[in-house]
Design a protein around this ligand. Structure first.
Ligand SMILES: Nc1ncnc2c1ncn2[C@@H]1O[C@H](COP(=O)(O)OP(=O)(O)OP(=O)(O)O)[C@@H](O)[C@H]1O
Length: 267
């Protein structure tokens, strides 16, 4: 194997998902008789970028809610690094390396960009939110926060109030907040939502840099197909709660069942 191979390339060459960082097994969430998430089995390999697509209402956000622990599944399991975390609440999954952004912005608008990230670092390190003033004096926390900001290209915006950021910058801040938790698996829910067309390439570059050789894996829901095709090693297609396909972009796009599912529906 060439030394330059990325973890995702290696994972593809090594084939089926032994040692998946994140896996779901027969994951199902029912409301009454309706399966909102239906028996979904996903394996996310180290360093892999897995895009999740599907028409509106397909169950993508619900799947993220089950994986991150926001909702308990009706049946099935979520495995992190091979460990069953199905019974763990979101903050314990986060401590075990699972980070998530949300469709709606989750930053404190009245705090500065840097303070937002310091709080996230502090939270990851087991501190209390009430202690944020102390966190501001903690050099290690401050340095980790600045590293996360530099990582997403917001180093120069540290003093700005988070509420004044443009959409694209806010999305970058959300990613910095996530990085502060030092996750091994990142769930990104529609990171391009509300971002203007001219800001998309820069955000794509930031998101692409999240995997690379770090071994970190990303699971991303996104409606912009061009973005998914640019970033994803594999694409999972959801339809009516079930997983219709999960394969390389070329194979998925050529899949007749996938094309049929999308007939007349917006991605
Ligand atoms: N708490 C809830 N109670 C009842 N129905 C729900 C609930 N949450 C989700 N649903 C329904 O489950 C289905 C899947 O919703 P979900 O938001 O997961 O889809 P999605 O694929 O993320 O859609 P979108 O692309 O529009 O964000 C939808 O029909 C939605 O109305």
């Amino acid at each position: 194997m060439p030394p330059s191979a990325t973890p995702a390339t290696r994972a593809r060459e090594e084939g089926p998902a032994t040692g998946a960082l994140l896996a779901t097994r027969q994951l199902t969430w029912r409301i009454g008789e309706v399966a909102i998430v239906d028996n979904v089995e996903i394996d996310l390999r180290p360093g892999e970028f897995l895009g999740v697509i599907g028409p509106n209402g397909a169950g993508k956000t619900s799947l993220f809610n089950l994986i991150s622990g926001l909702r308990p599944p009706t049946t099935g399991q979520v495995l992190l690094g091979g460990q069953d975390v199905t019974a763990l609440p979101p903050h314990k999954r986060a401590r075990q390396g699972l980070g998530r952004t949300f469709q709606s912005s989750s930053v404190f608008g009245s705090l500065s960009v840097r303070e937002n990230v310091r709080l996230a670092v502090q939270a990851q390190r087991g501190g209390s939110f009430k202690l944020w003033r102390r966190a501001a004096r903690d050099t290690a926390v401050a340095e980790a926060a600045d590293r996360a900001l530099d990582r997403v290209g917001l180093g120069h915006r540290g003093e700005a109030l988070a509420g004044t950021l443009a959409h694209g910058e806010k999305r970058k801040l959300e990613i910095a907040l996530l990085l502060a938790g030092e996750p091994t698996v990142m769930l990104l829910d529609e990171p391009m939502a509300g971002v203007s067309a001219e800001d998309v390439p820069e955000l794509v570059a930031v998101i692409r840099s999240l995997t690379g050789d770090s071994g970190r894996s990303v699971l991303m829901v996104e409606h912009h197909m061009d973005v998914i095709l640019e970033l994803a090693d594999r694409i999972a297609v959801m339809h009516h709660g079930a997983l219709l396909a999960c394969d390389t972009p070329d194979t998925v796009m050529a899949n007749a069942t996938v094309q049929e599912a999308y007939l007349g529906e917006a991605l």
